[in-house]
Design a protein around this ligand. Structure first.
Ligand SMILES: Cc1ncc(COP(=O)(O)O)c(C=O)c1O
Length: 372
């Protein structure tokens, strides 16, 4: 659709808002099916949980639906207490967001004034840049090295305007992690400054490598650290929008000042508590993902593609040339993946591990598309 922009807009709206690149989400299934007039399309584009939400969460939703006329409890005490028990923290070390996206936005709201800087990888989750630029900040994007964060270069990029550093472990879209030693060396290399390290662990539950650092171990040490986690991935509740942040209470209290009062709806609060207690669902999700990951990795390598080693629930692979035609070819086969052009990786595609059936459908379609 073409929008006609009112002529006065550019003189009223700040440039840093007008220049924000719009977030590009994975294409919804319904949209593709409408466009192609097909049924049964498969979406493997947004790193969602292919086995769905926990049955316990579904029961909680049904049970509490009749209370939808009442405002939620603003501070979501039951959910914060449940999380506090899991992490051995006090509930005042926990903040909830409408997805972890919202906590990124609140952090930028608190820490970024026009001209301030935030350091991030050049190929990473695009919301970091968007939230920083929305508050007039500058995204300092440090190139990756062999698809991994170049932590030395990121530490060297710190200036007296640095207010935030974003690090996703595992990173999206690459799925790569940093080792404990690399992370601790990075922490030591960071100069003293007035900034917050945001450690985004949206995919942490999927990691198999025991040498991957655990964000919570670094809260309350030399630097202010905010660890972000989410119910959108392994807990299968992406549609309900619940993320959480773990940090020292002074930081949580500070970020809470800009939190909209009812940001987690009452049904999402109940479902998240139930999902947190359903370890069987988490185990099943892990099993499906690990099995699917092995299968996809083998098949992609066999197809001669360059596969980036992933510790998450998705895998990125690269071609010699722009991967957009392959992405479009897959769409025509009813498979939605993610072309990584908007992540600055034109030659690459990211595919979310699906169910066994979805993975096989994807591989068959990819084989067909690559043959042309
Ligand atoms: C690295 C990373 N962080 C955070 C998120 C967003 O999570 P949420 O659904 O909690 O906003 C995503 C979503 O895809 C992600 O890839």
């Amino acid at each position: 659709m073409n929008h006609t922009t009112p002529s006065w807009l550019e003189s009223v709206i700040p440039n840093h808002i007008l220049s924000i690149p719009t977030y590009v989400p994975g294409k919804p299934i319904a949209e593709l099916e409408r466009q192609l007039g097909i049924r049964g399309a498969v979406k493997m584009a947004s790193n969602e949980n292919p086995i769905g939400p926990s049955p316990a969460a579904l029961r909680a939703l049904e049970q509490h639906l009749p209370e939808a006329n009442v405002y939620p409890e603003s501070s979501a005490p039951e959910l914060r207490e449940a999380l506090a028990l899991v992490y051995g923290l006090s509930p005042d070390s926990i903040i909830l967001g409408n997805g972890s996206d919202e906590i990124m936005q609140m952090s930028a709201h608190v820490f970024i004034r026009p001209g301030d800087e935030a350091i991030m990888g050049s190929n990473t989750f695009s919301m970091y840049r968007i939230v920083v630029e929305a508050f007039g900040g500058k995204a300092v994007r440090v190139p990756l090295k062999n698809y991994k964060f170049d932590l030395k270069a990121m530490a060297s990029a710190v200036s007296d305007r640095t207010r935030l550093i974003f690090l996703a472990v595992p990173n999206s879209p690459t799925g790569t992690i940093v080792s404990r030693l690399e992370f601790e060396t990075f922490l030591n290399d960071l100069p003293d400054g007035n900034f917050l390290l945001v450690l985004d662990e949206a995919y942490r539950e999927y990691v198999q490598d025991t040498d991957c650092p655990m964000g919570i171990d670094y809260v309350g040490r030399r630097l202010p650290v905010l660890v972000l986690r989410t119910f959108s991935k392994i807990y299968g509740l992406a549609g309900l929008r619940v993320g959480y942040g773990l940090a020292e209470p002074w930081l949580i209290e500070l970020i809470n000042r800009v939190r909209p009062p009812f940001n987690i709806n009452s049904l999402a609060q109940k479902a998240a508590v139930a999902a947190l207690g359903d370890m069987g669902h988490v185990e099943r999700s892990l099993q499906v993902t690990r099995q699917g990951m092995r299968y996809l990795q083998e098949e992609l390598v066999e197809l001669g593609l360059h596969v980036i080693p992933s510790q998450a629930n998705f895998i990125a692979f690269c071609l010699e040339n722009d991967a957009r035609p392959v992405y479009e070819g897959l769409l025509k086969e009813g498979i939605i993946v993610r072309h990584l052009g908007s992540f600055g990786m034109d030659n690459c595609i990211r595919v979310t591990v699906g169910t066994d059936q979805e993975n096989r459908k994807f591989v068959a379609a990819l084989r067909k598309v690559l043959k042309g």
